[in-house]
Design a binder for this molecule. Structure first.
Ligand code: WTA
Length: 646
């Protein structure tokens, strides 16, 4: 895809304008907002007013590079902004959350319902001694209680750490330990294509050697038997009974922590990205309304799991702060049939759909008969996120899902940025298939050379953000130095994204992909170092090196080169065993597609593994410079013995 995408970049010149009637009804109709965005503080100062504050801020921005304080002096609560402020008018009885279970069960919670359940659960958490600043881990399926738990934490000022339900118990344990969580909210199990993932059992395993967790609150979802540890474990439905509905929202400093979300970087240890209340809420609320052109009557569906940043910002906090009706679907797109998404769109008359290129490519592979068989006429806007969308996939999405009627917003951003950073504003920004177009107003982005100089139009380089933006990460949890070193040291004074991008003659941005040791598998960030340490953890493995290789559907797949300890006999099941070991250590999302066993890895004379060459091999392309190799025979061996099917 990488290669194909690059080719696409050179060719794609067509502009797509919003359809008739779209712009004149759009939330944002005046391109002047881009100019207004030039004055960062003034612009974001204006946007701050869209939220309800207990106390107004003294200063929009205090910038002590690389540490920003947005809305300094202000007092605010995220859950209050998502719930309470919608209760006075007609929105009170509006559907806040429409839930569709994998098995076809359905629940609708109005803003009032959600407020009630969140308030009660906030009181439950408090009754277990959770106080402002205490961390709560949420390891859950995509069910309403997950959103309730997040907002309950936000209400009392306890930062939540949502851990994606597909992570293994070891990955869960690492995150619980790093954050020193006091409580875990989980469920008995999670449905996936009719099977059950044993979440509670994973929690039990994770906690075997952990002492910081005092309570485990278990939501009953699948009903399978689970072990409940006396004193520690309680059922959600039991402890929520008869709890007071009154729960005052904590007055948080704008700069207080709202949540931590772990993401992969270049080292073996995932980073706890810290987001704060004020700036984050202003950032996600503004972008959600403008990018998705949100109207009160919309049914908005973001397909991302709540375990990722997209789920945080654009399933929960952005939409609910705007009083939207959100749709939440628990299961897989092909269960029970490959038209499940389109069935849902038809059933609930979804108007806005936000999904990922990997899903779109999967739908392309399944063929257009599935969407064709359903009524998609309610859709009016489509979104894409997570990885570059290749022009082919963009065109397919445009034609077969959007029926050439719906603008597509390709949104570039990161866990760290918290909010969408580059995107069309659909009523005013013409689209190009495969480009995330231009930065959002009030966001300043550049492409620079290795020396940090801005590159001219038509060229590619490193993608950087100049200066602060409201939803930016505050730090890496417990490690300010790592925050500074990771993001602000490569290029003097600017934030380095880890991405490579090109800009075209019209000033449109085309993101190419990561340039660090992060692989983007189906829109999920996987650190090569994490997979390598999982492999090396296996008793038979001496050394491992992983690279990403192009994959038609997933974007990239993990390709691992492994050398075994001396004297180990290779047997048939070994590869499967190594893959299973990665699943155990991290989760199925990191399972390598290919593992190649080799006696030696290609190294420089100073002993550094030459990943660049491994990448060339994995991609099946001509080898770059091999002059620094210690032993050229290694490469010949690898080349001869690897047969890659694309
Ligand atoms: C990639 C997901 C191209 C990019 C919100 C980024 C994209 C990483 C796009 C962040 C896009 C995300 N076009 N690439 N529209 N959106 N990416 O932290 O490489 O899971 O650095 O956040 O995904 O992934 P993360």
């Amino acid at each position: 895809m990488e290669e194909k995408h690059r080719e696409g970049l050179m060719e794609e010149k067509r502009l797509f304008f919003p359809p008739a009637g779209f712009s004149s009804n759009a939330v944002i109709q005046n391109p002047e907002i881009y100019e207004l965005g030039q004055d960062r503080t003034k612009f974001w100062g204006e946007q701050g007013k869209r939220l309800d504050w207990f106390k107004p801020w003294d200063k929009v921005l205090e910038w002590d590079r690389p540490f920003a304080k947005w809305y300094a002096g202000g007092k605010i609560n995220a859950a209050y902004n998502c719930l309470d402020r919608h209760l006075n008018g007609a929105r009170r009885n509006k559907a806040a959350l429409i839930f569709e279970g994998e098995l076809g069960d359905r629940r609708v919670l109005t803003y009032q319902d959600l407020h009630r359940e969140v308030s009660q659960f906030a009181n439950v958490l408090k009754s277990y001694g959770v106080e402002k600043g205490d961390r709560v881990t949420i390891y859950m399926p995509m069910i309403p209680e997950t959103v309730i738990a997040m907002l309950a934490c936000a209400r009392i000022g306890a930062p939540h750490i949502v851990v994606f339900g597909g992570f293994s118990y070891e990955a869960l344990r690492d995150r619980v330990l790093d954050a020193q969580a006091k409580v875990i909210v989980t469920s008995d199990g999670s449905y996936r294509r009719g099977n059950i993932i044993p979440l509670k059992e994973n929690v039990d395993q994770a906690l075997r050697t952990v002492t910081c967790v005092e309570k485990v609150i278990v939501v009953q979802r699948t009903g399978q038997p689970v072990e409940m540890q006396e004193e520690r474990d309680v059922w959600y439905h039991e402890v929520i009974k008869n709890v007071s509905l009154v729960s005052p929202a904590e007055h948080m400093d704008a700069d207080d922590m709202l949540f931590i979300l772990y993401t992969s970087g270049t080292t073996g240890k995932p980073k706890g990205i810290v987001h704060t209340v004020g700036g984050y809420m202003v950032g996600v609320s503004t972008t959600h309304e403008w990018v998705f052109d949100l109207k009160d009557e919309d049914v908005y569906w973001c397909t991302a799991d709540v375990g990722w940043i997209t789920g945080h910002s654009y399933l929960v906090y952005g939409p609910l702060s705007n009083g939207a009706t959100i749709l939440m679907y628990e299961g897989a797109p092909d269960y029970p049939e490959k038209d499940r998404y389109w069935e849902i769109v038809e059933k609930y008359k979804v108007t806005i759909l936000y999904t990922a290129p990997t899903a779109i490519r999967t739908f392309m592979k399944w063929g257009e008969s599935y969407p064709l068989g359903r009524d998609l006429s309610s859709l009016r806007l489509l979104g894409s996120v997570g990885e570059p969308i290749n022009p082919d996939a963009w065109m397919w999405y445009h034609k077969h899902i959007g029926e050439e009627r719906c603008p597509i917003v390709d949104t570039w951003w990161q866990t760290e940025t918290g909010m969408i950073m580059m995107t069309p504003v659909p009523g005013i920004t013409p689209l190009k298939a495969g480009s995330c177009t231009i930065p959002f107003p009030g966001v300043h982005i550049d492409i620079v050379s290795p020396l940090g100089n801005a590159v001219p139009k038509g060229e590619s380089g490193y993608l950087v953000v100049r200066g602060p933006w409201p939803a930016m990460l505050k730090t890496i949890y417990g490690d300010d130095k790592r925050y500074e070193d990771t993001y602000w040291r490569q290029f003097e004074g600017v934030y380095f994204t880890g991405d490579e991008a090109k800009w075209d003659d019209d000033g449109y941005f085309w993101v190419i992909g990561r340039v660090d040791d992060v692989i983007n598998v189906s829109g999920h960030r996987i650190g090569t170092a994490e997979v390598e340490s999982a492999l090396v953890d296996h008793p038979l493995v001496a050394e491992a090196a992983c690279v990403g290789r192009t994959h038609e559907v997933k974007g990239q797949a993990v390709f691992a080169f492994v050398s075994l300890k001396e004297g180990i006999l290779i047997h048939d099941e070994l590869i499967a065993e190594l893959k299973a070991h990665v699943v155990l250590k991290i989760g199925a999302l990191a399972r390598p597609d290919d593992i190649f066993l080799t006696d030696e890895l290609p190294k420089t004379r100073s002993g550094k593994i030459m990943r660049r060459l491994l990448k060339d091999i994995a991609e099946g392309r001509a080898m770059g410079d091999t002059s620094t190799l210690a032993d050229a025979a290694v490469i010949d061996f690898l080349k001869k013995n690897i047969n890659i099917e694309k």
